[in-house]
Design a protein. Structure first.
Length: 455
């Protein structure tokens, strides 16, 4: 696995060069035909296939050179370099699936990664020995070893290049390719995340410090690293009741924006920036000041379609979603709406799971204890949970602690208490029950206006 880290570090430094110029190239291409836009996207957003093409080209040059008098040194060296260059990208791409998805690609990549690394080491050593004339091509075993190792990686790189191109093309053309075979191939790789590294991949923790520093400067991180010490930090501020502000890089997401609640230390006028607003349901203590804030900052309001449409009639920009899989929001974050056991009039109540570069935060909204928590755990596996504990309208301390036992997040932050006379006044009971029922969950009790950084 240390070899994996070296390959990743080497390969990603090359990708940084492509990505630094990719945006300019993409801007140039975007003024031309739709197919040229596709090329621009390939250069700026998916440098993997470009690098693989270079790897294939080097392998091809090595093969041609092997037919000449420079057969031993030049050809073999080029073959080894080509395999190293292209295969490093291939490994990163194969690791590029969600760690908690159980699809075909995830199983395939888990199986092929160690095998591919083993074959790569053997092939590079063999070509290196050949380049130094330490082994003889006349031996049939050596010929078979070198030939089939090269064929294996060439086919692997071609397959990755094909699928990546189809994936990128389908996005830029706003439709899937027309050929049934290509649609089927894309369906097999459903859930593909081209720029994400497996969360438990050891290489995440082995890449160099200078590499980490370089990556922080990029707008769209190329790696997912949800391990402790990862790149992306999210600041979570509680305004009282169910209102939270999530801040990461230069973006701010406001959830259930009842900023005028009796515990809030700030007023709507004191807010400085809100890029997105997420509303779990239309009750006044959650919808709150959403319309006012959205109009002031030209924020996009996200929620169930019925709620969003009512706000759009008032001149607010909205994004209506239903419960289901993650939806990418302008490349900034992903969001999924999940079931909540409660009542409301506009479309129904929901919880919300946000994926911010691999860190998953679950705001439960208003909900009672429900069997849906088990499904949410299995499908989304949130690391941070914002949990209502006040009772009467939602879970009380006991039910909230039981929810943590099922969800097993790393961090839980209590909310929805102390604002109405019928609600629980403090989080003390919840904290004590959580210690017994979910001892491995870190409970952070925030004061209104207080902020914590996760992970």
């Amino acid at each position: 696995m240390y070899l994996s880290a070296i390959l990743i570090d080497f390969n990603t430094r090359v990708e940084l060069i492509f990505m630094s110029y990719g945006d300019k190239l993409n801007e140039f291409f975007s003024g031309n035909s739709r197919r040229m836009i596709f090329l621009g996207h390939m250069l700026s957003a998916a440098p993997h296939p470009i690098i693989m093409c270079i790897g294939l080209l080097i392998v091809g040059l090595g093969w041609l050179s092997s037919k000449t008098k420079f057969r031993n040194l030049t050809g073999s060296t080029l073959m080894a370099l080509g395999l190293l260059f292209g295969s490093a990208t291939t490994f990163i791409w194969f690791a590029g699936t969600e760690a908690d998805s159980f699809n075909f690609l995830s199983r395939l990549s888990t199986a092929l990664l160690p095998l591919s690394l083993t074959i790569l080491v053997v092939a590079i050593v063999a070509y290196g020995l050949l380049a130094l004339s330490l082994i003889d091509l006349s031996t049939r075993c050596n010929v078979i070893l070198l030939k089939y190792a090269a064929i294996f990686f060439v086919l692997l790189m071609i397959m990755v290049l094909l699928v990546t191109s189809i994936f990128t093309y389908s996005i830029t053309q706003s439709s899937l390719p027309s050929l049934l075979g290509l649609q089927t191939l894309l369906t097999i790789f459903e859930g593909l995340m081209l720029s994400i590294i497996l969360a438990n991949f050891l290489g995440n923790t082995l890449v160099s410090v200078s590499f980490i520093k370089e990556r922080v400067k990029l707008i769209s991180p190329h790696f997912r690293n949800s391990q402790p010490g990862g790149i992306v930090k999210v600041r979570i501020k509680w305004f009282g009741h169910a209102a939270f502000m999530l801040t990461f890089r230069d973006k701010k997401i406001l959830i259930d924006p009842w900023i005028s609640n009796p515990l809030s230390p700030v007023s709507v006028e004191e807010l400085e920036q809100v890029d997105y607003i997420i509303v779990t349901h239309d009750h006044f203590d959650h919808l709150g000041d959403a319309e006012r804030i959205a109009k002031r900052f030209n924020s996009t309001v996200i929620g169930v379609p019925e709620l969003v449409m009512s706000l759009e009639r008032g001149g607010v920009q909205g994004l209506g979603l239903n419960m289901g899989a993650f939806v990418d929001v302008n490349g900034v974050f992903k969001v999924a709406l999940v079931p909540a056991l409660h009542t409301c009039s506009a479309g129904g109540p929901v919880g919300v799971v946000l994926d911010i570069d691999g860190l998953r935060i679950y705001h439960m909204g208003d909900t009672s204890y429900t069997a849906e928590f088990q499904a949410i755990k299995e499908v989304f596996n949130p690391e941070v949970v914002l949990v209502p504990i006040g009772g009467h309208y939602t879970m009380g301390p006991r039910e909230a602690a039981l929810a943590l036992k099922v969800l097993t997040p790393k961090i839980a932050i209590p909310m929805h208490y102390a604002t109405f006379p019928v609600l629980v006044k403090t989080a003390d009971d919840f904290v004590e029950r959580a210690k017994v029922l979910a001892p491995n969950v870190k409970v952070l009790v925030l004061k209104p206006g207080e902020e914590v950084e996760v992970p």
